[in-house]
Design a protein around this ligand. Structure first.
Ligand code: UDP
Length: 238
């Protein structure tokens, strides 16, 4: 397969077309790291490589457990070939433990475990800063076609949560929360897309509570890359 023209550049990935193939895209992970809706930025050599390797590993694992994902083939340390999808403009966030802005919002200490996982939608819109969106608002904005589709997204995200919690637990990592993105492929099927990485998850060491994710960058805790490397090392050894 031959890498074609750049069709989209986001904060963390570049998407290229593939010569003579309209069903697939070539995804390249970038070394940029952004937080707070792009206000805080950095370049970190190796970050793209680690996130690509981590996504490849996790998506393959999920796919073995019956989850439909956009990943077709890992082609290099920082590139993969994926099904072309139309991204549903909703970030699907699942929380097992309260952290970050949500802990603050309800004045509940960060680290409080939830009795059952919480699924939330955020509207993918940089100008608006990806605001929280209710089901009815998502339907009003036609971010999803129907309540049934929203229910499907929630159910799919909860299924991923069960599998992902186990994958990370096997490496001694507590899966606090994470964000998923879904897209519709050429056949109109809803499949898991984007990435699953320390950029999009909160991951805490089970023994020490040490943060192994993007909060190290957001909160200036240092050892950002080392933590991403640690997550990769642990995942590849299970
Ligand atoms: N998240 C993400 N992209 C976003 C927003 C959130 O990957 O645009 C991830 C984030 O890394 C965390 C989870 O989704 O693992 C929940 O994020 P939260 O809403 O708590 O964000 P906060 O405002 O606290 O950073």
């Amino acid at each position: 397969m031959v890498k074609g023209a750049l069709i989209y550049e986001g904060k963390a990935k570049k998407i290229y077309s593939i010569a003579n193939n309209n069903n697939l895209v070539w995804v390249e992970f970038k070394d940029s790291l952004t937080a707070f809706n792009g206000e805080k930025k950095a370049e970190m050599a190796e970050k793209g490589r680690l996130n690509s390797l981590i996504t490849g590993l996790i998506f393959n694992r999920l796919s073995q457990s019956g989850v439909d994902t956009h990943l077709k083939e890992v082609v290099s340390d920082k590139e993969m070939i994926c099904q072309k999808v139309k991204i549903i403009p909703l970030e699907v966030v699942v929380r097992n433990v309260l952290a970050g802005s949500t802990a603050k919002k309800f004045n509940i200490p960060e680290g409080t475990s939830l009795e059952k996982p919480l699924v939330e939608f955020y509207y993918k819109n940089d100008e608006l800063g990806d605001p929280f969106i209710s089901d009815d608002q998502a339907l009003m904005l036609k971010a999803a076609d129907s309540q049934e589709e929203l229910n499907q997204l929630k159910q799919k995200a909860l299924q991923v949560n069960v599998l992902l919690k186990d994958i990370f637990a096997a490496t001694g990592i507590r899966l606090v929360d994470f964000k998923l993105e879904y897209g519709k492929n050429m056949q109109g099927e809803i499949i898991l897309a984007d990435e699953i990485t320390p950029d999009t998850c909160r991951l805490w060491d089970m023994k020490t509570g040490e943060k192994l994710d993007k909060d190290r960058f957001r909160r200036d805790l240092g050892k950002v890359l080392e933590s991403y490397q640690e997550v990769y090392n642990r995942l590849k050894n299970i």
